[in-house]
Design a protein around this ligand. Structure first.
Ligand code: ADP
Ligand code: MG
Length: 568
């Protein structure tokens, strides 16, 4: 039984291997992430089983992963002191695919190489990804708790079959040795391996160790020394308890992931449990990035799955109008090899996005509504940097429209300044008794708005008007037609409210005017003909003799101007 046995791979494995080796993998380096992730899983499993059976820890309780390489032998070895594999387990786990959906996956493969590449990514390559860079893989392992004589060696060239034999192995756990293919020698340097580990596995919560390089005086080169160093941070900040993390650590982590020199403006850190489980640590920067308006700009969220880095800029995790949010989301449910395509369709991702959106809005509300002047001030900073982007949410996110509307800030005639600091609630609290609508004016700039003839009556009556001058405002207003059961109305539209707000004297005057000017109006209509829709006597003007207004349902004058300028 101890001698070497040759066994065939399951048909599905053969298919997958063929496919993988011939796929031009654009990032071959992911093999290391996969193997480190398996090592980390194996250690997690040991940890779990040792809860009941502490003897499984043997004399080796320091759980860690070790990466070594040999330029002479052209090998890379990934070692762990995790649960290990028995002979049967090696045959089962490294010779078959147990994953659900394997058949479906293989059935979807076609002669289109590009589509296949994407599919493989979605399916998850796992252990077999080693064959992307290796033409032979040797696995030596011993399951925790089995005697040293029960070690195994598994070996394969990734073609049709593999061999298994018994070996003596003192230490539990697994060594996976990749014999690199011709042309893959790039991976055989200390700095390259370190860089890959830092890129993908920095926050694997176990230490990943390598031998330090040392200056060799004889050969006058750097050589692999004898001292071990931990290459990754080995600590997933976001997975720790809030209570154990200082503000300073939160700030440092923000700088680490964003390379921003400023401190963050604010952050929110949550462990979400329930139908889909994830950790999120989300930051709002103090300053808008220079490319905030670049439509091709990618998102700022790093996606992890079970502490393993998956991708940067996971734009599906945050709506576009929150594209300034930076941080980490670590899912417990997504597959490790989740691709951007999968993210687009995943229900887990949808729930994560919705949950994260709510958290960001809550964070903003807490600043905006705070009694603490310092926090309020932070909201002002936020609004000045990102307010225009947040406005996009009114149209983009119908489900959160009310919450976003509450966060909006406008310039207003009440303050007589172009500073945007009046909320819709502020406005409503100052509305006149007989006033039913929220009035606004859109214009190219604050001065133009103030000098508009449409404003005369509002000034005279002391009715507050919000002044909207941002590019996005007209578009936003087409979605924001009411707030808190009050309609928003442009000062340039309709006369209804103005009559309601008129006093008895003015009402009487208006009625008289309607009769007195009947003939004049008729004449003007004839002269102007099709150029206007209607000519009316109004109460709205105090100084100017006439003004143009838009019908309630028509485009406002400002929007017409903008569309014209845009060539539409
Ligand atoms: P997955 O990790 O999704 O299960 P993989 O192809 O990466 O798929 O690994 C297949 C299986 O091989 C694992 O589920 C595990 O049982 C076994 N395995 C791989 N690497 C190790 C390891 N370092 N220690 C113990 N078992 C391992
Ligand atoms: Mg795996």
């Amino acid at each position: 039984e101890s001698e070497k046995q040759t066994m065939g791979f399951q048909a599905e494995v053969k298919q997958l291997l063929q496919l993988m080796i011939h796929s031009l993998y654009s990032n071959k380096e992911i093999f290391l992430r996969e193997l480190i992730s398996n090592a980390s899983d194996a250690i997690d499993r040991l940890r779990y089983e040792a809860l009941d059976k502490p003897e499984l820890q043997e004399h080796d309780p320091d759980l860690k992963i070790r990466i070594s390489f040999s330029p002479e032998n052209r090998t890379i070895t990934i070692s762990d002191n995790g649960i290990g594999m028995s002979r049967d387990e090696a045959i089962a786990h490294l010779g078959t695919i147990a994953k659900s959906g394997t058949k479906e996956f293989l059935a979807r493969l076609s002669s289109d190489q590009k589509k296949n590449d994407a599919l493989i990514g979605q399916f998850g390559v796992g252990f077999y990804s080693g064959f992307i860079v290796a033409d032979k893989i040797t696995v030596e392992s011993r399951r925790a708790g089995l005697p040293a004589s029960e070690g195994i060696r598994w070996e394969s060239t990734g073609e049709g079959d593999f061999t298994v034999e018994k070996i003596d192995r003192a230490q539990r756990g697994t060594d996976i040795t990749l014999h690199l293919r011709e042309g893959e020698d790039d991976f055989l340097t200390n700095w390259r391996l370190k860089a890959i580990i830092r890129k993908y596995s920095d926050h694997v919560s176990l230490p990943i160790q390598m031998l330090k390089e040392e200056w060799d005086n004889e050969s006058k080169t750097m050589k692999t020394g004898t001292e071990l160093e931990t290459v990754n941070q080995a600590n997933a900040l976001w997975a720790r308890n809030k209570a154990d993390i200082t503000d300073e650590q939160y700030r440092e982590f923000y700088k680490h992931i964003t390379h921003d020199l400023n401190d963050p403006l604010s952050w929110t850190h949550n462990k979400v449990e329930g139908r889909t489980e994830y950790n999120q640590l989300l930051y709002i920067p103090k300053e808008a990035p220079f490319d905030l308006w670049d439509r091709n700009k990618r998102g700022g969220i790093k996606l992890y799955v079970k502490r393993v880095f998956i991708m940067d800029d996971a734009e599906q995790l945050m709506p576009v109008y929150l594209r300034f949010v930076r941080g980490v989301i670590d899912s417990n449910d997504l597959p490790l090899n989740v691709s951007r395509e999968i993210l687009q369709e995943s229900r887990d991702v949808k729930m994560i996005r919705e949950g994260s959106t709510r958290r960001v809005l809550t964070m903003l509300e807490e600043l905006a509504q705070s009694d603490d002047p310092a926090k309020k001030e932070l909201y002002t900073t936020f609004w000045n940097q990102f307010g225009q982007v947040l406005k996009e949410g009114v149209g983009e996110d119908p489900g959160n429209k009310e919450r976003i509307a509450k966060l909006l800030r406008f310039a207003s005639t009440h303050n007589d300044s172009d500073v945007q600091n009046v909320s819709l609630d502020d406005y409503i609290s100052r509305m006149k008794d007989s006033q039913v609508r929220i009035f606004y004016i859109t214009a190219e700039n604050y001065t133009a708005a103030k000098n508009s003839p449409h404003m005369e009556i509002f000034r005279k009556k002391g009715i507050e008007v919000l002044i909207l001058t941002d590019r996005v405002d007209e578009w936003m207003l087409s979605f924001l037609t009411e707030y808190n059961e009050k309609n928003l109305a442009s000062v340039a539209q309709g006369d209804l409210d103005l009559l309601k707000l008129a006093d008895e004297e003015e009402k009487k005057q208006n009625e008289e005017n309607q009769t007195d000017f009947k003939d004049t109006i008729e004449k003007m209509k004839t002269v102007l003909g099709k150029k206007v829709k209607d000519v009316r006597v109004t109460v709205r003007l105090t100084d100017s003799p006439t003004c143009l207004i838009a019908d309630e349902k028509d485009l406002s004058g400002n929007l017409q101007r903008m569309l014209k300028a845009a060539g539409q």
